[in-house]
Design a protein around this ligand. Structure first.
Ligand code: AMP
Length: 214
């Protein structure tokens, strides 16, 4: 597992972030979420963040070249295995990733976390995340405290989780990211699991899928 190089695929709120962070912690892997990094750049007001915000504020994918720049920079700094959450999201990004130096993408696999659109809409309507440690959950998980159960930080709601923005993200996902699943499926590198159930149940499926495919 230490040498795992994994891209996590799946629709918004399927559990990529939660499962990616869990797996990375358990196996000592690097973890990088392009969405999280873009939001950080926006908050910090960097040139890249200002450019990215033009697209994020319209709930659109940011241009391939912009995401590729931050991903290739991050991957080039990794010494061991890693997990990418939210990349690649277009066929062009997947093809560019295939062209990364072979030692940095050795035994690359893609894992799709499958969840129906209706379940996702319900999840997103309750989703909240910690502005400090990136914990993500639903309002049910924090009924008692109203603050992050992991670090006590303030919880926020993502602007792109509002119903209209969510519908748009799903439409873009179906148009631009479903073909990425086909990209990995046709090359035989795709693992697929159901994302329905508790975080622990899904986590077990993730590990079983990775272990049974060497
Ligand atoms: P996420 O946190 O993964 O849901 O990503 C939030 C938003 O960041 C997405 O809806 C996109 O607008 C943008 N984004 C994240 N990753 C990518 C990517 N690989 N390509 C294009 N846009 C991305």
């Amino acid at each position: 597992m230490e040498e795992t190089r994994l891209v996590l695929l799946g629709p918004p709120a399927c559990g990529k972030g939660t499962q990616g962070r869990r797996l990375a912690k358990e196996y000592g892997l690097g973890y990088f979420s392009t969405g999280k990094q873009l939001r950080r750049e926006v908050e910090a007001g960097t040139a890249l963040g200002q450019e990215a915000d033009k697209y994020l504020s319209r709930t659109e994918y940011v241009p391939d070249q912009l995401v590729l720049a931050i991903v290739s920079d991050w991957v080039s700094k990794q010494g061991g295995g890693w997990i990418l959450d939210g990349f690649p999201r277009t066929v062009m990004q997947a093809e560019e990733l295939d062209r990364f130096p072979s030692e940095s993408i050795r035994s690359l696999r893609a894992l799709l976390i499958d969840v129906d659109r209706e379940v996702l809409a319900q999840r997103v309507s309750q989703r909240c995340e910690c502005g400090y440690c990136s914990w993500t959950g639903t309002s049910d998980d924090v009924k008692e405290t109203a603050s992050c159960p992991s670090c006590g930080g303030a919880l926020i709601r993502r602007r792109d989780d509002e119903p209209e923005a969510f519908r748009k993200r799903m439409d873009i996902y179906e148009e631009l990211t479903l073909p990425v699943i086909e990209h990995y499926s046709s090359s035989g590198g795709l693992l697929r699991i159901s994302g329905i159930g508790t975080q622990g149940e899904v986590s077990k499926r993730v590990k079983d899928a990775l272990q049974s495919h060497g």
